[in-house]
Design a protein around this ligand. Structure first.
Ligand SMILES: [Mn+2]
Length: 398
């Protein structure tokens, strides 16, 4: 059978809102038309409590799956499940006692939620033979609990079926420096390990395990590796062939310039040259990101470099992002502090907390309890509580 695979649609992503909707719609409709079964590997939404406007868009997109004549494809959920199967990711995950938006979609009958459970489908082919497929779903969870979750679920491949382990985690075979789980640690014997979360496309075969990462359908991080077109995947379970199908996604080009002890005028001229080289006149409003690196002439402050005019001049040609990474602090010093953090084995979140603390230390807001703030903000419902608590603290201080 043909399985259409989509991941990380991030519907409602504020920066490229329209793209997130259009590209999710194209991926879902095309995949439905071409496949017997659809899998969505998490992060359908960009946030865990999307606005009704966003929720309505997602429901409208997924309602296409209700119009498809699955019966004529001879596919059937073994307990009557709808053949659009999804897990929640890390963006649309909420704590256990709360309802997440993927559960809402499930309640509306638009998807089959396979977070932390297994579902089976069967398809009778033209020759009368029945093919079975088992989807073992693991909802996105924190990197420090994934091993525990997998242990508890204790998924084992179903004999005689095509078995897919679908999860939404950082895989360290793909992102080696990060907190995450390796392919070797995943339970053995599945025909395919399908993972969301990582926004670039990846296929790896390692120690008998086949890992597929479809990548996101919308650009979010503007990293160099996101330059390739967004895609969905068609998997043929009989031949094990994986095909990426490009979406009509907004083009994205990434560039860097590096200067050495130069003044502002020179940097701005180089920057414009770089942007011009990345713009292709045939493309409509591409996303362009340029990182400016290196050192400035003595006495020139990086803050004094004004990119506003560059932004203005290009506002009708592209969606521009310039990142000022010009150095006053030496590169060596920066690497050293990064290495120190790794040595102390700080999680990404902890590194974030440390760097916020450092930034706040020289300001009037130096009494803010960053750790408390981060803990509370795990859930956006808490924002009023956080503000209230902060006000109380401020009053006590005065
Ligand atoms: Mn994601």
């Amino acid at each position: 059978m043909i399985v259409g695979i989509i991941s990380d649609t991030h519907i409602g992503y504020p920066r490229f809102y329209e793209d997130s909707i259009a590209q999710a719609r194209q991926a879902f409709q095309e995949a439905c038309d071409k496949s017997d079964l659809i899998l969505i590997a998490g992060d359908i939404f960009d946030t865990k409590t999307p606005k009704f406007e966003v929720l309505a868009k997602a429901m409208e997109i997924l309602s296409y799956g209700k119009k498809v004549d699955w019966k004529s494809k001879n596919i059937k959920g073994e307990n009557g499940e709808h053949p659009v199967v999804a897990i929640h990711g890390t963006h649309d995950r909420r704590s256990k006692e709360m309802i997440n938006p993927v559960q809402l979609l499930e309640g509306a009958g638009l998807i089959t939620n396979t977070s932390d459970r297994m579902v089976m489908f069967s398809k009778t082919n033209a020759d009368g033979k029945t093919e079975r497929i088992a989807i073992h779903g693991v909802g996105g969870t924190t990197e420090d609990t994934i091993r525990q979750v997998l242990n508890k679920l204790n998924f084992k491949p179903v004999p005689g079926a095509y078995n897919i382990l679908m999860l939404h985690q950082t895989i360290t075979d793909v992102i080696p420096m990060a907190d995450g789980i390796s392919l070797d640690e995943l339970p053995p014997g599945f025909d395919l390990y399908l993972c969301g979360h990582i926004h670039k496309r990846v296929v790896i075969n390692k120690n008998g395990k086949k890992l597929l990462i479809p990548g996101s359908t919308v650009i979010t991080q503007l990293k160099k590796e996101e330059e390739e077109p967004r895609a969905y995947v068609l998997l043929d379970t009989e031949t094990n062939e994986i095909k990426f199908v490009d979406l009509k996604s907004r083009p994205f080009h990434y560039g860097e310039i590096e200067v050495k002890e130069m003044d502002g005028t020179y940097v701005l001229a180089e920057l414009r040259k770089k942007i011009d080289s990345l713009i292709n006149e045939k493309e409509e409003m591409p996303i362009i990101r340029v990182i400016v690196k290196g050192t400035l002439k003595q006495g020139v402050k990086r803050e004094n470099l004004n990119f506003q005019e560059v932004y203005k001049d290009y506002e009708e040609k592209c969606m521009l992002q310039i990142d000022n990474e010009l150095d006053e602090q030496g590169l060596k010093e920066k690497l050293d502090s990064l290495r120190k953090m790794y040595e102390q084995k700080l999680s990404v979140r902890e590194i974030g907390i440390e760097s916020i603390k450092k930034k706040l230390s020289g300001t009037e807001a130096n009494n803010i309890d960053v750790e408390f703030l981060m803990n509370m903000l795990q859930d956006d419902d808490n924002i009023d509580l956080v503000i209230e608590e902060m006000m109380k603290k401020q009053e006590r201080k005065q």
